[in-house]
Write a protein that binds this ligand. Structure first.
Ligand code: FE
Ligand code: FE
Ligand code: ZN
Length: 294
């Protein structure tokens, strides 16, 4: 028997069902895990978690056999802890991030994916230090044990964390090592310049620089652009430059069997592609022109 793979997608969380709706959506795609934002990704206005139907959702999570330790929350992407010279945004970002960690805890979850930040013309060194100082301050005071998974970025603009060495230097500066990990995004690392086609070589490199024990989540996206384009535009599985075979090799690599794999591929004509993409990846079989029959 094939052990069930840990795979799911980004799902929405909106009224009236909120988190209960997120779980139902994940189930409808045949997922074994999922990821969501606790509010709109582009702002930090957040409904109190008491209104998000968490208790009912957790009941359904239990009934459906999801492992809560593998369900992922993504932090709002307006948070930028990479530029302490913009002190207003830096302080707001730290406050929002600490708030988000407490919200993750309210959901009964333990992993928050975070874009490390952008240095915005202040230089890589200042940027990395800004991130390290913010994380240390937050981990000292937020009162949770929720982990932050720093996402590997495509290197668009002044994004930090666009290579394994930058991620590693952030981790080195964090005092509470048990609270920091990494989310590897296949579209982003390809766009940054990694040859993703040899999956074991990528994992060896990751292991050598960061340590595979730090890997908490994988975003499995195809890319609209060739390697080293620094664009960050996700594509549906099998339609981009990463390709079905490589993504399938990530999904089924035995070294990654315990790592949640999350699709963040684009909707097709207003329809979620995830049921189809998950089915193809579960079966390791690409269906030619699958988007035409969604
Ligand atoms: Fe992300
Ligand atoms: Fe991602
Ligand atoms: Zn992306």
């Amino acid at each position: 028997m094939n052990k069930e793979i840990l795979i799911g997608s980004h799902v929405s969380m909106s009224g009236p069902e909120y988190y209960l709706g997120s779980v139902k959506e994940a189930i409808s795609y045949g997922s074994t895990t999922f990821m969501f934002y606790t509010g709109a990704p582009q702002n930090s206005f957040r409904k109190p978690t008491s209104e998000l139907r968490i208790a009912e959702a957790r009941e359904l999570i239990k009934q459906s056999g999801f492992d809560e330790s593998k369900i992922i929350v993504h932090a709002p992407y307006i948070i930028n802890i990479g530029n302490s010279q913009n002190s207003e945004l830096y302080e707001i970002s730290k406050r929002n991030l600490a708030q988000e960690l407490r919200r993750v805890k309210d959901f009964g979850l333990s992993i928050l994916v975070l874009h490390p930040g952008s240095h915005v013309k202040t230089g890589i060194e200042n940027g990395l230090n800004s991130i390290i100082n913010a994380l240390n301050e937050i981990f000292e005071n937020d009162g949770t044990d929720v982990k932050i998974a720093l996402e590997t970025m495509a290197g668009k603009g002044s994004e930090l964390g666009a290579n394994f060495n930058e991620i590693k230097s952030i981790i080195d500066g964090v005092n509470k090592k048990e609270r920091i990990g990494v989310c590897l995004d296949t579209c982003h690392i390809s766009d940054e310049g990694v040859d993703v086609s040899k999956v074991d070589d990528v994992l060896d490199e990751f292991d050598k620089i960061i340590g595979l024990d730090k890997l908490l989540c994988i975003h499995i996206n195809d890319s609209k652009n060739p390697r080293e384009s620094h664009k960050d535009r996700h594509e549906n599985i099998g339609y981009g430059y990463v390709g079905f075979e490589t993504i399938n090799n990530f999904v089924h690599n035995p070294r990654l069997s315990n790592i949640p794999k999350i699709l963040e591929t684009p909707y097709v004509n207003g329809k979620a592609p995830y049921k189809k993409e998950i089915e193809m990846l579960k079966n390791s079989t690409f269906i030619e022109n699958w988007r035409d029959n969604l």
